[in-house]
Design a binder for this molecule. Sequence first.
Ligand code: GDP
Ligand code: IMO
Ligand code: MG
Length: 451
Amino acid sequence: MSADVIIGCQWGDEGKGKIVDKRVSSYRANARCAGGHNAGHTVIVDGQKYVFHMAPSGLLHSGVYNAIGNGCVIDLKALGSELEGLQKAGVQITPENFGISYGAHVIMPYHVEEERSKLSKSIGTTGRGIGPAYTDKARRSGVRISDLYNIDKPEIRDRVLGIIESRYRIDKERFLLTMEKHYSAGKVKRWLAKALLTSLDKDFDVDPRKVLRELQDAFQPMKQYADDVSYVLNRMLAQGSRILIEGAQGAGLDVDHGTYPNVTSSNTTIGGVLTGLGIEPHQIGRVTGVVKAYATRVGSGAFPTELDNAIGEGIRERGIERGASTGRPRRCGWYDAVQVADAVKKNGVTELAVMKLDVLDEEPGIRLCDSYELDGREARFPASDALLALCKPLFENFDGWMTSTKEARNMKELPKEAKAYLKRLEMLAGVPITYVSVGPDRTQGIEADWL
Ligand code: GDP
Ligand code: IMO
Ligand code: MG
């Protein structure tokens, strides 16, 4: 049991990057198993801030092999710029410490274009083409890293060109059909239809070979990292090395267990670790569930404990709650123990890391939601956004501590009110808290020693 997992138990942005950075130096490898550059994992070392999107956060540590698993979707240009930025900041990246799975899927330019449509806007996605890329993966019309790696093989090249060509052809046919319908119904005048067709035809007239050439150019610097990640990781495990898996997003955003349809398009929970890396299931050991001492959500969706008031505003300001990927303000609310208990069970969480306790330092009264009521009965966390919106949260009240916790480095240094609050979180989650974070820097935290 040498593969430990870091997993978000809320709606993402719990502070996973910081925990990975804190722990990864005692591991041989760090691996991302799902998602893409919709993630934004912040690591702060001596005041220097790094935000990892697709690259694993362990890259700052020498001797650690950092892998992007087959469960991920990759925007090659975005990854290229991310790696370049890290290299400029002095981070060494070589095939010895970085690998990309042959099985990872490529986010195509038309995936990003598709995200401009109304549907994805309505759930407030990150606009990075994540959903369309996973959709193509599921409907077997995706392009993988292995395809680009082997693009000189005629069968593979033809398949990829065919996929690109059919994508634009279908879009064009759909457009023509709609225009024809509108024209026949007299909704569009002949001159307008003609003008639109002439001008838009250029947009559809895409040469698949040009699209492929651009992809190949973006892939070229990345080719050296392409690897059989599953094999590499399993070999390390067989040799007795330990690996740390860096979850992305959070349980509430899981496509099966989250608040569907306001979720991302991958399994962000423990199942995604196995399918997204192809490691031996029995190797999974510690599963650290990461939670904030309160709750946040970016984008649309139900949020029973949301504080749409001055308290929420205060938390947002003190916690600097802005998306690490998109810069959008995060919605803030009280800690939701019903959500976390559900995530603990579904992920086999063995311990909790509670982050951002310091953000509550100035809060005179703190609340947490310990149960939901739906249709007059107690309800569990529903994997449905519509049902969650109908759940009434029931709260417990706690005295605030009104003093700074930022300098605390062991449990004894925390005010008694903070300890009482954490004890209650622990009880409601049903697993021990092993780490409490009291500031963004690597050094600002407490290895909980009360167990
Ligand atoms: P991730 O996506 O789960 O890695 O989390 P993000 O990086 O998106 O968001 C967490 C934010 O909180 C980052 O800006 C971190 O620097 C910051 N952070 C992490 N731990 C703490 C903490 O204990 N206190 C405070 N004040 N900030 C923290
Ligand atoms: P990390 O790993 C917070 C949210 C988006 C949107 C929904 C779907 O930093 O915790 P997508 O672009 O994935 O199709 O958007 O999921 N979302 C995140 N929210 N943290 C993340 O990642 C997120 N990744 C996606 O805001 O509501
Ligand atoms: Mg984040």
